[in-house]
Design a protein around this ligand. Structure first.
Ligand code: GUN
Length: 284
């Protein structure tokens, strides 16, 4: 079997077209959606992500503001900027790009963002709402994965789903969403004893660990749906996922590529969350 490849760029383009219409409608009513992005330090990957987020905003008509701080900035300065953005009616979404430099208390910064503007879904209140099955904002990457599955008409009810990775950004919210979709969910992580035992049982396998090509074809159940959240840079400068694409595509029924799979969907759902937030500000 050779898997069907899920094209995140194509689905993103379709979704962004409809987001562009929604943004224009809001703008006409005086509520142009606005996103503020805060970047602290000079992490090259973060710089690329932030640039792509700003570019995507421009393409769909979302107003964007970028605030860059050097790595040695006192946390107080960033917290003051967040407080100003919380109070700014032009801004409906605030995103603090992670990771932050080591002298920052990440939790303190994420909690400083107003829960009503937390388009990343990282604020404790929003994580709690998601856990209760009543989300305000869903974290962009897991949200993008759910959209890809839904666009393919994949039902998760009663399916065995295995999530590899337990991060706050992907693994945990992904797990909550899959439970909400009535899958039976197993979460694997660095201390899991026999990873392949679990992954081979998965009808849906989500890899979100940040280890290049660690999931190989022999670890995948024939016909499984494989979602690769990893974005790793190889020695030759090329990107690869957490899944060994070449061996996995011979076993899976559906698979996301890297690049061009989940990555573009993450940014698309950030735009969707920002527009949703502007909708709420407009009283919709
Ligand atoms: N760093 C890696 N992924 C993300 C993300 O989705 N949001 C933010 N803010 N930082 C990240």
């Amino acid at each position: 079997m050779t898997a069907k490849i899920l094209d995140g760029n194509a689905l993103s383009a379709k979704l962004r077209e409809s987001l562009r219409h929604r943004a224009a409608e809001l703008a006409a009513q005086g509520f142009q959606p606005g996103l503020a992005v805060i970047l602290v330090g000079e992490n090259p990957a973060s710089q690329v992500y932030v640039r792509n987020k700003i570019k995507a905003c421009e393409a769909v008509g979302v107003h964007s503001e970028k605030y860059e701080f050097p790595a040695d900035t006192p946390p107080e300065k960033v917290l003051n900027k967040i407080a100003a953005l919380n109070a700014d009616p032009k801004i409906h979404g605030i995103l603090v790009q992670l990771p932050l430099p080591p002298h920052f208390d990440e939790e303190e910064v994420l909690e400083a963002v107003s829960a009503e503007k937390d388009v990343d879904g990282f604020h404790a209140e929003n994580v709690g709402l998601l856990a209760q099955g009543n989300p305000r904002f869903i974290s962009c990457t897991p949200y993008g994965v759910m959209e890809m599955l839904s666009a393919e008409g994949i039902s998760l009810r009663g399916k065995e789903a295995v999530v590899v990775g337990r991060s706050n950004i992907v693994g945990k919210p992904m797990t909550l969403l899959l439970i909400g979709a009535s899958a039976t969910v197993t979460v694997c992580h660095s201390q899991t004893k026999d990873l392949a035992f679990h992954t081979r049982r998965a009808d849906l396998l989500v890899a979100a660990v940040g280890k290049p090509k660690m999931i190989t074809g022999d670890m995948i159940k024939p016909g499984a749906v494989v979602i690769d959240v990893g974005i790793n840079r190889q020695a030759d400068g090329k990107l690869c996922g957490d899944v060994d694409f070449d061996s996995a595509k011979e076993v899976a029924s559906l698979i996301t590529p890297v690049p061009g799979g989940v990555g573009p969907m993450t940014i698309t759902m950030l735009l969707a969350n920002t527009i949703e937030s502007a909708d709420r500000a407009a009283g919709k």
